[in-house]
Design a protein around this ligand. Sequence first.
Ligand code: ACK
Length: 998
Amino acid sequence: MILVNLLDSRSVAGDLGWVAYPRNGWEEIGEVDEDYAPIHTYQVCRVMEQNQNNWLHTNWILTEGAQRVFIELKFTLRDCNSLPGGVGTCKETFNMYYYETDEGDETDAEDGDEMMDAGGGGGGGGVGGVMEEVDRSIKESRYTKVDTIAADESFTELDLGDRVMKLNTEVRDLGPLTRKGFYLAFQDLGSCIALVSVRVFYKRCPLLVKSLAEFPDTIPGSEASQLVEVAGRCVNGSLALLDERPRMHCSAEGEWLVPIGKCVCQPGFEEINGSCQVCRAGFYRSVLQTSSCSKCPPHSRARQTGATACTCVEGYYKTDTDPPNMACTRPPSAPRNAISNVNETSVFLEWSVPLETGGRKDGRYNILCRRVLPEGGRGGGLEECGPNVRFLPRRMGLANTSVMVADLQSHTNYSFLLEAVNGVSELAGGHSRQYVSLNVTTNQAAPSPVSVVRKGHVGKNSIAVSWAEPDRPNGIILEYEIKYFEKEQDSSYTIIKSTKTEMVVDSLKPSSAYIFQVRARTSAGYGAFSRRFEFQTSPYLAASSERTQVSVVAVSITLALVLMALVAGFLLSGRRCGYSKAKQDPEEEKMHFHNGHIKFPGVRTYVDPHTYEDPNQAVHEFAQEIDVSFISIERVIGAGEFGEVCSGPLRLPGKREIQVAIKTLKAGYTEQQRRDFLWEASIMGQFDHPNIIHLEGVVTKSKPVMIITEYMENGSLDTFLKKNDAQFTVIQLVGMLRGIASGMRYLSDMGYVHRDLAARNILVNSNLVCKVSDFGLSRVLEDDPEAAYTTRGGKIPIRWTAPEAIAYRKFTSASDVWSYGIVMWEVMSYGERPYWEMSNQDVIKAVEESYRLPGPMDCPAALYHLMMDCWQRERSSRPKFEEIVCLLDKLIRNPSSLKTLLNSSHRVSNLLVEHASVEVAISTSLTLSQTVGEWLDSIKMGRYTELFTEGGYSSLDTVAQMTSEDVRRVGVNLAGHQKKIINGIQEMRVHLINSVPI
Ligand code: ACK
C-alpha cells in the first residue's frame, strides 16, 4: 500500500493561506516545533458569545484522480466544564465539510475576504448585513457535511497549568469523489479548539510484478468494500494463457487481493528468476502449460536453442497425438511362435507378442487370409479369402494374440500372414512391415444345418414338408433325415430318410401338432438337425371343428372378462391407496428409471464425500466445473477461513447473468486445505431446496480455487437481525423460521446432520428468504468462532448444541432440532447472543440443571412453547422438523394464534427459567369443558381413552403437556396414531395459548 499526501499542513513552509470568516473567528497562530519547523495552528475560542458560526476553508485540494480520500485531524479541545461562566453556550465539537469542484479558483478565498471585510466589523446589521448573510449561506450550502468531530480527550485549566497538551487524532474518509478537487472546511459553533494539523491523503495499490505479470500502480475504487479489477500486462516476453489472463484486485486499503490467471514464457523459453530464458540445445519447451524446458526424450534431439519440440532420429517416429515428452518410437517386429489348430473348416491361430514392441503400447495384429488355388488353376496362385470367411473377434486391429477363422472351405489350403503393427507403422511405410506366415489345410466337414423347413399340403393324417439345401454342404449331400414327433411327446419320434428335398409324412393323427427337424449327410457325416418347426394336421370333422371354435371363442371371452375384472379391481384398489404411495403411479415409475438410475421420491439420501477415495471425484460428481472467465469478482463481502468471500456476476453461456458469492481459497494452501475447502461444495452440491444455499459450481482448474454459490443480498441472519432490530412483523419472523425449518426438514430427510445450525450460518436474500448454509464436517466447527473445545476434544458451538451432543457427541437430527430452538430464540430476539455473556461452562451447567433461555421480548407464547419443546432433555421428545414446519404453517395461516404474548415471568431478560415452570403456568390456568375421551373421539382416536385414563391422563390439561414419549408410553404403538395424537396435542396447545392469558 502507498499513502499519497494531497495536503499536509505541517509540511508547508510558508503561509498556508487558508481563509477564515468572520475575521474574528478562526485565527492562525504561527508556532514552531522543537526543531523550529513552522506549525500552522488555527484556533478559535469564542465560547462566551452566543450564535457562533466560524468557518475555516482550506485551499483547493487536487484529488489526483483519487475517489476516496482520508483526512487526519490533530487538534486540542477545551473542556467546557473547566471554563468559568461560559458553560451555557460552550460546545465541545466542531463540524467538518467539503465542497467538490473541478476548478480551484480564488473566488472562494476572495469571497471569504469580502465577507470578512463586510462582516468583520462584528454584528453586521442593516441591508449590507442581510446580503452578506444570504451570500454566506449560499456559500455554505455548497458544502456537504463529512462529520461532527468530537474530542476523545479535552483539557482543562489545570492541564494548561501543567502544560499538558491533550492532542486528539481523528481520521475520516470521503468518497466517492468525482471532481478534480475539493475544499475542506471546519465549522465552529462555539467551542475552544486548536487545529494543530490537517493531513489529506489517499491510498494506492503499488506497481507489482507477480508471475511475470505487471500490475500498474492503481487508485482504489470509491467504496470502502469495492475491489477494482486490474488486468496485468505480461512482461519479459511472456504471454497469457487463454482464459487465464492475469488479473488482480485493488482493495480500498491499497492492497492487492485475489490474483487470477498468470503469464508464462513462450514455447522454447522458460522462466528463470522472473524472466524468460531460451531453452538450451538438447532441451525443448512445447506447451504453455509446462513451466521449464525439458530434456529431449529418447531417440529425439534438438540441435538449436529455443526448441519448441525435438525431432526424431532416423528410423524413429512420433504420431500427432503422441505427447511431446514421449520418446520417439518405431514399428514392432513380427509376431512369434505362430501355431494353427484346424477343426474341420475352422482354424484357430495363436502367436506370441513380438520381441520388439518399438517402444509403444498401442500394438495390434492384422490377419491376411488367402486361399491357395489348386495346381493348374487360374495362375496357380493365391486368392483373397473373401467376405464369407468369419474372423472372431475380428480380422484387423486385434488386441489379443489369437483369432478363430471359421467357415473356410473343406479340404482346402490356406495361407495366413500375421502382422504386428503400432501407431507409427503407417508413418514408417510398407517396407517396415514384418510378417509371420502359416499354411493350413482344412479337413472334411459335415454339412451346415438346414435352415428352413416349409409346410406343403396338409391333410387330416398327413403333412407335406420341403426344405432347402444347407448353406454350406461341404461336399456332396448323400441323403436327408427327417425327424418328427407329436408335440410334447418327444420321447418317441420317427425318422425318415430321403434323397430329395421334400416328402409327405403320413399316418398322423388328425387335429394334432407335430414337430419336424431335418439334417443332411455327406461323406464327412451328418450335419446338425435344423431347429424345430411345428405344423398341425387338419381336423377330423368340419362340424365339430366349428363347435370347437365357438367354444374357444366363448372361453376366450370369459377369460377376457375375468381378466378385465381383475385389471379393473387392481386399478381401483391402486387408486384407493395411490394417494399414499406415489410409486404406484406408472408415470412415476418411468421417471424413476430415467437415466438408468432407480430413484424413488423422498428417499434420496446424502452421500458422505468420505466414501470417495478421490475427493476430486466427489467434487466433480456433485459440482459443476465453471470456467473462471465466466466470473467477475467485484467486491469483498467477508472473510472466510480459507480466503476472502467476494461477490460479482456469473455469466454462463446461454444463461441469464446472475449475482453470485465467490469463496476463494487463498494461495499457498496445502493439499489437505484444498480438500477441506472443496468438501463443502461436495456436500452443498447434493442439495436442491429453496431453503438451502444453492451451489452454482466450483473453479478447480485454475487458481484461486473457488466455490460459487447464489448471492444472498442480506448476508448472514444474525447480523441482518441486529441491523434491523424490531423492524419486522411477527409474521415475517415466523416466515423466516418456517423457511429455516423447511430447509432443515429437507436435510434431515436426506439423512444429513448439520451440527452447526445457528443464525450466523443462515443467509438471507433480498426477499427475506432464509437459507441454511455452511456445510462440512469437522471443517464447519473448525471454522466457527463460536465453537469451543470440549473435554473430549473436538470443537462444539456450546450455546447452540444439545446436551447429548456436548456430552457424548450424539449428533442427530434431534440435536439439530435443539439448535433450531436456539435459532428461533435468536430470531425472536433480533440477534441477541444466546445466554448473553455467560461462560460456556455455566451454560452447560445451567442447561443440565433444567434451566432454559427465557422467552424473548414480545415473543408469541406459541413460539416460545415450540422453542421449549425443541429443548426437551429427552431427544425423542423433541418435535421433528416435519412437525415444526406443520405447526409454523398453522400459526401463519391463523395469525391470531400469534397474538398472545408471553407472560412477563417467562421473559425475565438475562435470567434463565426452569424448563418445567412454563408447562405449569399453562396447566394451572386451564379450564376446559371437553373430557379426554371426547377430545380423543374428535380426532378419531377414541379407542385409546381407557389407556389414557389408566396412564394418569384424565384431564385435558395433563394431556396438553404430554410429549411424544409419553404418548408411546401409555400404549399408542402405531406410528400413524402417535403422529395424529401429537398433532392434536400441539393444536390443543395453540388453542389453549390463544384462549387463556398465561
Ligand atoms: O454476514 P455476512 O455479510 O454474510 O458476512 C459473511 C461473509 O460472507 C463470510 O462468510 C458472507 N457470505 C457468505 N456466503 C454468502 C452468500 N452466498 N451471499 C452473500 N453473502 C455471503 C456472509
